[in-house]
Design a protein around this ligand. Structure first.
Ligand SMILES: *Cc1c(COP(=O)(O)O)cnc(C)c1O
Length: 440
């Protein structure tokens, strides 16, 4: 059989597969047309994944990852070969002197809080030159009054807003660098804001601006959602610490918990003494039976991140074509895995999240509803039919029910699943008559 006939045959059976899962011919065709225009884009994403796959593999080989590294320890966790080797692997991947990679770091916020609290002392000042940080950090810093915040320990905070075009306000940053400034925190991803995400090169420029003026100031990057999206990481362009969550990109969907801090030896050491105890540091912290998931997750992370990126690009192209505001837009280069789509209609936010949930491997039969959530000033609807609770490297979406009615969409352990989820949202809009005809 010629390859042409073979591919036609595959197409036909795929079509009926989709039909069985409730995707109409019209919606499927629309998706395929959009995909036709994305081949080059996807090839570029695959190339970055290939680069990063080799980077991770090389780090594992050079650090002599062995079967014994997968066993784990209990109790105090002294001489944990697997934990120590994994931390060296992370240090190799991020090109840093050292790393702390632990299941005892409970989430991204915890990792960031740990990095800040352990590297700042009373009287020091923390500066964010990129505007407001991620919501949960407001309480860590004490922007919002909270127990145990940096502010309670006499660590002050300054913030410089971005310019209206999303670029750095170098004049104000220069002015904000005071005698007391000890640490600068730079959030790579836009998170759930509407500013652009920074590229690693942009972050590099900002860091060198700061270091030229104040070489003693530490530069930390909140790397959440950014890992493996580019071939470089912020630690390749001067960051003293990169920090993130293992239930996002670097856990590859397999890590069920955890966070990491990779950076200068002294920064990581400070964090270790804070995580465990002064005097104990990195020497304790049993890995129990988690190491296989951490290793294998990191191994898969470059391709999983690529799948999520393809999903984001596909969604941007579909919804831009249908006339909605998408951020990043269909053509923009990507520096994280989050896609925002603004619908201006609460019904569409709800239908979108419900369709993502309906596309999930877990809890697909659950119909999410908007509800009040701690820390939010409006109702929020969330879709997360995930193997790991709350994991946002898995296909997930959420939207606050307030103007301008924007949905934030991310993840997809496989591109095929991300694609199905997005087609499912489109199908739901068509069935609910929330959009008019699909034409290209
Ligand atoms: C997810 C995220 C965090 C916090 O991580 P959690 O694991 O949810 O605590 C911090 N910063 C950014 C940019 C994030 O995307």
């Amino acid at each position: 059989m010629s390859s042409q006939t073979e591919s036609n045959k595959n197409k036909i059976s795929l079509d009926s597969r989709y039909r069985e899962l409730g995707i109409s011919e019209e919606v499927y065709r629309f998706g395929e047309k959009i995909l036709d225009g994305l081949r080059e884009r996807f090839a570029r994403i695959d190339e970055i994944a290939e680069w990063n796959q080799l980077k991770v593999l090389q780090a594992m080989q050079e650090n002599r990852v062995s079967e014994a590294c997968l066993y784990g320890t209990s109790g105090y966790g002294y001489n944990d070969l697997g934990r120590e080797t994994l931390e060296r692997v992370y240090a190799s991947v991020f090109h840093t002197e050292d790393a702390l990679v632990r299941p005892q770091i409970t989430c991204g916020t915890h990792a960031l809080a740990l990095a800040l609290m352990s590297n700042l002392r009373p009287g020091d000042e923390l500066l964010s030159p990129v505007g407001k940080p991620y919501d949960t950090l407001e309480e860590v810093i004490g922007i919002r009054q909270s127990k145990g915040s940096l502010r309670e320990y006499g660590i002050m905070y300054r913030q410089v807003e971005l310019l209206s075009d999303g670029s750095f306000d170098y004049d104000q940053i220069e002015k904000a660098l005071s005698e007391r400034t000890r640490l600068v925190t730079i959030q790579r991803s836009k998170g759930y804001q509407t500013r652009p995400t920074f590229s690693v090169d942009q972050i590099g420029e900002l860091i060198s601006f700061i270091k030229t003026r104040r070489p003693d100031v530490l530069c930390m990057v909140d790397n959440c959602y950014g890992e493996f999206v580019e071939t470089k990481e912020p630690s390749d362009v001067g960051a003293d610490m990169v920090v993130g969550s293992l239930i996002k990109n670097p856990g590859g969907g397999l890590a069920p918990i955890g966070g990491y801090i990779a950076g200068k030896r002294e920064c990581v050491e400070n964090a270790a003494y804070r995580l465990t105890s002064p005097g104990l540091g990195k020497e304790v912290g049993a890995s129990l039976s988690i190491l296989p998931a951490f290793y294998q997750g990191l191994f898969l992370a470059p391709t999983v991140t690529a799948s999520a990126l393809k999903g984001a690009v596909f969604a941007a192209n579909i919804y831009e074509k249908l006339g909605f505001d998408v951020l990043p837009d269909s053509k923009q280069s990507r520096h994280d895995i989050i896609q925002a789509v603004t619908f201006h209609e609460p019904e569409m936010v709800i239908a979108f999240c419900q369709a993502i949930q309906a596309a999930a491997p877990v809890d697909s039969f659950v119909l999410p509803q908007p509800s009040d959530m701690p820390g939010y000033d409006s109702q929020v609807i969330m879709a997360a039919g995930a193997f790991v609770s709350g994991s946002s490297i898995e296909l997930s979406a959420d939207g606050p029910i307030k103007p301008p009615y924007t949905v934030f969409f991310q993840g997809g352990l496989t591109w095929q699943h991300a694609k199905f989820g997005i087609l499912k949202t489109l199908q739901s809009f068509v069935e609910k008559r929330l959009i008019k005809e699909l034409f290209l």
